[in-house]
Write a protein of this length. Structure first.
Ligand SMILES: C[S@@+](CC[C@H](N)C(=O)[O-])C[C@H]1O[C@@H](n2cnc3c(N)ncnc32)[C@H](O)[C@@H]1O
Length: 216
């Protein structure tokens, strides 16, 4: 198989070959398969994924929020790092992607930790406090529409969901790129921001990276 982007093929392969209830096995099978067959799938992948793993390990969020679930790779990746009693919320506007992601997270045994929310980030963020009883978010993994990174972080701030020490980890800031977001978090006195250089998933020849920004 060459360059599969059909998520049913990817997730079908994972469910056939990984151990149920074992997120590490899910990630290993996903990474082995995608490195050979699915280089164009837009999930974070292992290299940038491990940079964000370290951010989760360092900051130990009690409430984490993901913008953009796709087929659930990052929800499994970061859901596995959440400590008992904590919550990982993931917003995704495609009902089809959401169903596949839910299924994969359930297969990985992480349904108690990961809550998927169907809808667009613009609509869901203002409802997080009231509908999901979220006071503030400790860590936001930003990986949806690159033109919405900046407005959605401003929205999170305006909705009172950021507090001192809240961390943003933004993927794809070089490829495809989020220049207005980078300009914003690097120049705003509200954030201290650091870039972690890496490459696009399974494409070592294409530069990309993660921008980590801590709310002051
Ligand atoms: C790059 S993929 C996410 C990859 C995933 N985080 C991973 O690493 O496994 C982007 C996802 O964001 C979703 N998306 C784009 N704009 C959105 C929005 N405004 N609200 C919610 N989801 C959105 C797309 O449907 C797509 O599934």
């Amino acid at each position: 198989m060459e360059n599969v982007t059909d998520i049913d093929s990817i997730v079908g392969h994972i469910k056939k070959n990984a151990r149920k209830g074992d997120p590490e096995s899910v990630l290993k099978v996903a990474d082995d398969f995608c490195s050979k067959n699915a280089r164009q799938s837009m999930h974070i992948g292992p290299e940038k994924g491990s940079i964000v793993d370290d951010i989760f390990r360092e900051h130990k969020p009690k409430i984490a929020l993901e913008l953009g679930a796709y087929w659930g790779y990052s929800a499994v990746r970061y859901g596995r790092l959440m400590e008992p009693g904590t919550k990982y919320f993931s917003i995704e506007f495609s009902p089809r992607f959401l169903q596949v992601a839910k299924d994969l997270v359930e297969f990985a045994g992480l349904s108690d930790v990961v809550t998927f929310i169907e809808g667009s980030s613009e609509d869901v963020i203002p409802r997080l406090k009231k509908d999901y009883n979220i006071d503030s978010v400790d860590l936001v993994f930003i990986d949806h529409d690159k033109t919405l990174y900046k407005p959605d972080v401003i929205r999170l701030d305006e909705c009172g969901l950021l507090k001192k020490g809240s961390v943003m980890a933004a993927d794809n800031v070089l490829c495809p790129g989020a220049p207005d977001y980078l300009e914003y978090v690097r120049s705003s006195p509200k954030f201290i921001s650091t870039f972690y250089e890496s490459s696009l998933n399974y494409r070592p020849e294409i530069k990309d990276g993660i921008e980590k920004s801590v709310y002051l």
